[in-house]
Design a protein around this ligand. Structure first.
Ligand code: SAM
Length: 275
């Protein structure tokens, strides 16, 4: 039985992250299903691929799937499915097409490649042995999580990032999480920012959020000891204060600012001076 559907992963920003096999497959299929023809067209032009594009998204999935299945079964056509970025099915309706293939005994396969959730987990430094991906942030989804020992991964947009961090800050379940925000992966302005909700809100109030974001949360004890790493972000301020006011008063100010326990801050500054 020949393969009739290829699920092809594409780059999440850096256009040369496209696999050779992905390019080869797109060059051989009859039709490419995509979310936005303008975005996929850029990818095709960049790789000298010339194939017809058909839009497949949340709005037309019920109309497109029967047509695709009919075209595969009765006209022997071969399709590829791509998303705007990364791995299809991850936060898009691709699984419905895979499901239809299974029901119709159609052979399909996946051409692996980048995925923002996995790339962010790799960059975060948070425990990666047990994680839970919840797609785009939604307060209900977060509140429903029972096993909070998982590293939680969620997608977010630039205009909602501060609101989401505020939600985490005020959540009884997650307010003590160690948070990592990963931005613009594989692109020029790739950034990984770590800290508690308070620190990150302050960071993004000072640096207007731009681009694409993934937020990761961990409640594991080993990551909650990341205070030292966070205090390292305030070294300039600490050094300035400690020469103007006492060590004790500096600890009070920094503790208030970072929400890190006063004694922890005190011991951290003291260790700097011992060095
Ligand atoms: N299918 C994709 C994947 O494999 O990750 C994700 C598609 S989802 C609709 C788009 C979201 O993924 C963005 O809003 C953002 O949260 C995240 N994302 C995609 N590319 C990213 C990047 N380069 N840096 C950070 N986040 C990214």
């Amino acid at each position: 039985m020949k393969t009739s559907l290829y699920i092809v992963s594409t780059p999440i920003g850096n256009i040369i992250d496209f696999t050779m096999r992905g390019v080869e497959i797109l060059n051989t299929v009859d039709i490419i299903l995509c979310e936005d023809t303008r975005i996929t067209n850029k990818l095709l032009v960049n790789n000298s691929i010339n194939k017809p594009l058909v839009v497949y998204n949340d709005h037309n999935v019920d109309i497109i799937i029967p047509k695709v299945i009919d075209n595969i079964l009765n006209n022997n056509k071969v399709y590829a499915l791509v998303s705007d970025a990364g791995t299809p099915l991850i936060s898009d309706p691709g699984y419905k097409l895979v499901n239809a293939c299974i029901k119709n005994n159609i052979k399909y396969t996946a051409i692996p490649g980048p995925c923002a959730a996995i790339n962010a987990l790799v960059l975060s430094g948070l425990p990666s042995d047990k994680f839970l991906f919840i797609g785009f942030f939604n307060s209900k989804k977060l509140d429903e999580i029972k096993d909070i020992d998982n590293t939680i991964i969620m997608y977010e947009s630039p205009n909602r990032i501060i609101g989401t961090l505020e939600y985490i800050k005020n959540s009884d379940k997650f307010k003590y999480s160690n948070i990592v925000v990963v931005r613009e992966m594989t692109k020029i302005f790739e950034e990984v920012v770590r800290g508690n909700a308070e620190y990150l809100i302050d960071h993004f109030n000072k640096n207007k959020p731009r681009g694409e974001f993934v937020i990761l949360l961990s409640q594991q004890k080993e990551t909650l000891n990341n205070n030292e790493e966070m205090l390292n972000n305030y070294l300039d301020l600490i050094n300035l204060l400690v020469y103007k006011i006492s060590l004790k008063d500096t600890s009070i100010v920094i503790s208030k600012y970072t929400k890190i326990n006063k004694n922890t801050v005190y011991n951290f500054i003291k260790s700097l001076h011992n060095d």
